[in-house]
Design a protein around this ligand. Sequence first.
Ligand SMILES: Nc1nc2c(c(=O)[nH]1)N[C@H]1C(S)=C(S)[C@@H](COP(=O)(O)O)O[C@H]1N2
Ligand SMILES: [Mo]
Length: 512
Amino acid sequence: MSFARGTVVRVRPWLPPVSVALAAGLAAVGGSYLSVGRRPAFVATPVDRFVLVASPDALVTFAITELGTLGHQVAFLTAIALTCVLFGLAALPGVLILWGRMPVAAVLALRGSASAAGVVTGTVLTGAVAFGLTGSAASSVGTGAGAGLVLLVTVGTARLDASEGGTFEALGRRRVLGAVGSAIGLSALGLLVRGSGEESVPSGLDIPEDARPEVRELLTRAREQSLDVEGLEPLVSTDFYEVDINNVNPDVDRGEWTLSIAGAVEEEVEYDFADIRAMDVEDRFVTLRCVGDQLNGRQMDTALWSGVPVEALLEAANPTGDRVVLRGADSYYNEFPIEALWPGLLAYRMNGRPLPRTHGAPLRALVPGHWGEINVKWLTEIEVRDEDTMGYWEHRGWHGTGPVETVAKLWQVNHFGGGRIEVAGHAYAGTRGIDAVEVSTDGGDTWVEAELSDPLPGEDVWRQWRHEYGAAGTHDVIVRARDGSGDLQIPEENGPKPDGATGWVTETVGTQ
Ligand SMILES: Nc1nc2c(c(=O)[nH]1)N[C@H]1C(S)=C(S)[C@@H](COP(=O)(O)O)O[C@H]1N2
Ligand SMILES: [Mo]
């Protein structure tokens, strides 16, 4: 198919330059990604933060708690699209110079060509905006180079056009194709080199070579104590859930990181990573569960964490207030009674490896028996207070700073043939511990106790349960846990918001 040359241009003369500017915007973002990856220095990160702050709370809550990973992806892609437009605008003056639409071209062209002036203007402006947004030289260079590349390609294709007798003004099509093609190519290269930026977290079954003997022993024990149920997650999770407010996690440099304890304290104290490493290390199995977890959801996991008890640090500060606010490097914060924090652990290793970025490197809080949200990641500050205040999620209508509800999950159903069925899952009640899991396979008329995994050492860790039975026909299986104080899991059914899901998990099981 061939159009009469210039037709498109005459109808919409702004289209080619605007398309080239947008392509330059995309290449700017792609160039930044290629140079720094999915990190705070990536140009879309500050835009993403802005989108998070500017979005209605209800939307943020829905995206994070209901959509989870998908919500993060949609939000991040939105931020990336906005960033492309932003850098398209930054590149526009350069593009207009190329199109001879900027009077400045005439001035600059005195000393060189309009082409050079346009390319340089676009490169410098996009690079400068990137530096203003991120403060990162590497990211700005990548950004400017990306936009500059597109403008160079535009100049190149324009020369081709010109050699065939067209003029820059009149012809646009080939230039737009060249610009868009090179922008897509550069972005694809960025993705290829940097990947999607999602960090893979090593499974708890994969014991690192250099693990300390204590860690090796505990992880081995967890593996051996895990019930032998096909398809059931072991006692140390192989795929630990992630919930946080970020699309791009903080990337904290251990060497520059500090933790301060301030506010209502007798002595303000500050620690750097070397200080923390010099203290005695403690290894603990700890289970975390998000208050936003559905009744039979998967936002509940266990790891072996290594770090220092908070007690030693709090003692040094000598707090006078009875509340604390924990703050992370991502502007997340949470507030709760200091009582809950005293028995906590500040962890810098997970399953025998350095704490991954996704789970709060270099250091996170682990607060026994409480909902996940107060286990602040990328921890930088503990502020002691005299009066209470609200945390990030409390401002958004959640009440997730207290102790967890008791829950028994039904995560696995195995059919053995001959009508034999195995149901299994995990049960967790925070520091109350799990004493029993009861199963009904007749819709609640009769109950039997399930087999439980031997308890792992630790005050705040889940157990697995399993039950095998024979059945003919479809039936309802209900499970409920009894905690260490003898209390039965609450039967009333409530959704996660505002203070955690309650009810008994019920699954309809067919025969096979
Ligand atoms: N700094 C910071 N810490 C945070 C969060 C966050 O968004 N930022 N999310 C909290 C929530 S809601 C939960 S459930 C846990 C999840 O920890 P994980 O991602 O390691 O599973 O971290 C908590 N700590
Ligand atoms: Mo959470």
